[in-house]
Ligand binder design. Structure first.
Ligand code: BGP
Length: 486
């Protein structure tokens, strides 16, 4: 019997910048997610094919003293169609929907004295619509959505002042939506600061003297996010008693290729480095190995005693994470076959298949991750992103025969179920991109994750009409039977 614990939060996840569109509507400011930085080494043609933009997009490029920004095409018009979409989620029986609040809808430049009322009204209606369907909102405060203005005028999160702006944003939304939201996440994939410094912490690496200086700046920016997250947790406790704050990590499970102790050590280091971000938010302090690393590299991260106390006093209530793939490390990586993942590349695991985008599909790795994280932290876990990106074909009768997606989910759900039997406390599961949205790493529309197909192509052409895939009905059964139908 594969049933899940009573009250298990089944649902789906999206992010404002990948779903809403309407990037400049009703007073919204531009965020780091709305643009890509032009690099002189990339021709406009390459730029267009990398980010799937059309000529009109190129025409509205934004230029500052040192950088040129090109808007990226974003969203599935969730901004206007959220009622229709939420009704479809409700039809599947969702208990929870993970959404994010775009900071730039509330404070267009990030630092205004007063919030933008239209932005506040938009999210109020969205959250009330969820409540009306008995869907619990799970809200990410920052999902790759910092105001571009703060990058241009404050060096992003490197600047201490940004902590104050974010605190004000958090306080504003906690007060505004206190009757509507119980579960919050501070920063999406907080560990991705080194993978995407621009979209996470607003750092433009080229501005720094060299790689080491840029790395130090990113650690500084990350420290400010840790402090901002603790500060938000403090405010949440005051403003919404009983609400919960979660950390959000990209779980990158790393295996050693062999039982050679040197390789096992390499894998352990990779996993430890991945856990560092959760360590700070759950144990309330920097792990010694990171402090040693700062010292060895001469990194002087500016922090105060109050910061360190805040981190200690306001740790998170639960740990959420995304899980897409596992990785392999090898002493002989140079001689090994590689997997060309579009986000992380590495040594190919011969026991696993890969997705069309080269991500190694590993359901058992999810069980290992759950056990590993729970044994380390002993706080409730929440899988808030998981899924497979694929090029789906809409059939003539308006559906998608996505048996491959069903198989992917079934395998992962079975492993979650086993992890629960292994003693893991799992609050819920939100599949990534429960409706097709624009891909974060490629800006493609054709990298689809959803139970619901959206008729739009990479350049944004299409009717944007929604169609239920075969997996829609399958997931509905899973939720209805709380996993027994698996
Ligand atoms: C995570 C992000 C999401 C999301 C997902 C899938 O890293 O939190 O925003 O998009 O990855 O990635 P992609 O869209 O590149 O396939």
């Amino acid at each position: 019997m594969n049933t899940f614990p009573e009250g298990f939060l089944w649902g789906g996840a999206i992010a404002a910048n990948q779903a809403e569109g309407a990037w400049n509507v009703d007073g919204k400011g531009m965020s780091v997610a709305d643009v890509a930085r032009f690099k002189p080494s990339i021709s406009v043609e390459d730029y267009k094919s990398q980010w799937h933009v059309s000529l009109e997009d190129i025409a509205i490029a934004k230029e500052t003293d040192d950088v040129v920004y090109y808007p990226k095409r974003r969203g599935i018009d969730f901004f206007h169609r959220y009622k229709e979409d939420i009704a479809l989620f409700a039809e599947m029986g969702f208990k929870v929907l993970r959404v994010s609040i775009a900071w730039t809808r509330i404070f267009p430049n990030g630092n205004e004295a007063e919030p933008n009322q239209k932005g506040m009204d938009y999210y109020r209606d969205l959250l009330e619509t969820l409540r009306a369907h008995n869907i619990e909102p799970l809200v990410t405060l920052s999902h790759y959505e910092m105001p571009l203005y703060l990058v241009e005028n404050y060096d992003g999160w490197v600047s201490r002042e940004v902590v104050g702006f974010f605190t004000k944003f958090s306080e504003t939304v906690f007060r505004e939506y206190k009757d509507l939201v119980t579960y919050w996440l501070s920063f999406n994939e907080i560990d991705s600061v080194f993978r995407h410094p621009f979209t996470t912490v607003g750092v433009i690496e080229e501005k720094y003297a060299d790689k080491k200086a840029a790395e130090e700046a990113i650690y500084q920016a990350l420290h400010h996010q840790f402090v901002a997250s603790a500060q938000a947790t403090k405010l949440l406790r005051e403003i919404i008693p009983g609400a919960q704050m979660g950390a959000m990590l990209t779980k990158t499970m790393t295996y050693a290729e062999t039982c050679d102790p040197d390789e096992v050590l390499m894998a352990q280091k990779a996993n430890r480095d991945n856990h560092f971000y959760a360590d700070v938010q759950i144990f309330g302090e920097y792990p010694k190995h990171v402090l040693n690393y700062f010292e060895e590299n001469g990194f002087q991260i500016a922090w105060t005693d109050e910061d360190l106390q805040l981190l200690k006093d306001y740790t998170v209530d639960f740990l959420s994470f995304s899980y897409y793939m596992s990785m392999v490390v090898s002493k002989n990586a140079a001689q090994r076959e590689k997997v060309g993942g579009n986000l992380m590349t590495g040594v190919k695991n011969p026991y696993l298949n890969t997705s069309e985008w080269g991500w190694q599909v590993d359901p058992v790795g999810l069980r290992i991750s759950l056990i590993d994280l729970y044994d380390t932290y002993r706080i409730p876990l929440f899988v808030v992103e998981n899924g497979i990106g694929s090029t789906d074909m809409l059939t003539a009768d308006g559906t998608v025969e996505d048996d491959y997606r069903i198989a992917y989910f079934r395998d992962h759900f079975e492993q979650m179920n086993l992890a629960i039997k292994d003693g893991v406390e799992l609050m819920g599961y939100t599949s990534w991109g429960c409706i097709d949205i624009v891909s974060a790493s490629t800006s493609q529309m054709t990298k689809r994750y959803g139970f619901i197909y959206v008729d739009a192509d990479d350049l944004g052409n299409g009717t944007y009409n929604r169609f239920k895939k075969k997996s829609f009905h399958w997931y509905k059964d899973v939720i209805e039977t709380n996993g027994a139908s698996l």
